[in-house]
Ligand binder design. Sequence first.
Ligand code: URA
Length: 227
Amino acid sequence: MRLNAFLARAGVASRRRADELIKAGRVSVNGETGQLNTVVGARDRVEVDGQEVQRQRLRYVLLHKPAGVVTTARDPQGRPTVVALVPGEPRVVPVGRLDADTTGALLLTNDGQLAHRLGHPRYGVEKTYVAEIEGDADEETLQRLRDGVELGDGVSAPARARRLGRGRVELVLHEGRKHQVKRMLAAVGHPVARLHRSAYAGLTLGGLEPGACRELEPFEVEALRTG
Ligand code: URA
């Protein structure tokens, strides 16, 4: 993040005032005088007038997203947001997106570096979805889902797919295109009636009720980092 944003986040000064501090040469990053275009990450040491700036505690939260809640920080239509469901400080933001009507595992964090990595297609985080569909999926349909289906913006990557019961399938994906599960199932003739994400990057909901959240354990954060 830009140095002025870092200082603003840490509560040192507004962005504009931070720019003034930087221009005045009062801010250093790892011992070097900071510039307006200096970018700082989680491991950099930032000082103002020789005093180290305490960074925000990094926070990682798993939310059981309920239906009807949007995965953005603010909604122009005034619908409730996932951010508002996570009490306490510092504020965290969602990693990736679930549709408003999709329920399930959603990670929120203020660790921008980790969020960027997890959201990057190259990293290929594993996501498990359970879909209730119209009709029932036979073996041929499941195989098409595994092999990849044409979605209009390219063929979906190989996935795992299995039937859980009548009208219920589980899909395990490593990509995250917009409305991907709904589009994949619609493409094989089984529109989704309900969609739930049961796992994200190895994190499962356990006993978390819809709308409830919990802080991750240190070993869980470590697993996300080393993934
Ligand atoms: N795929 C979808 O279609 N919707 C979601 O919310 C997540 C994955």
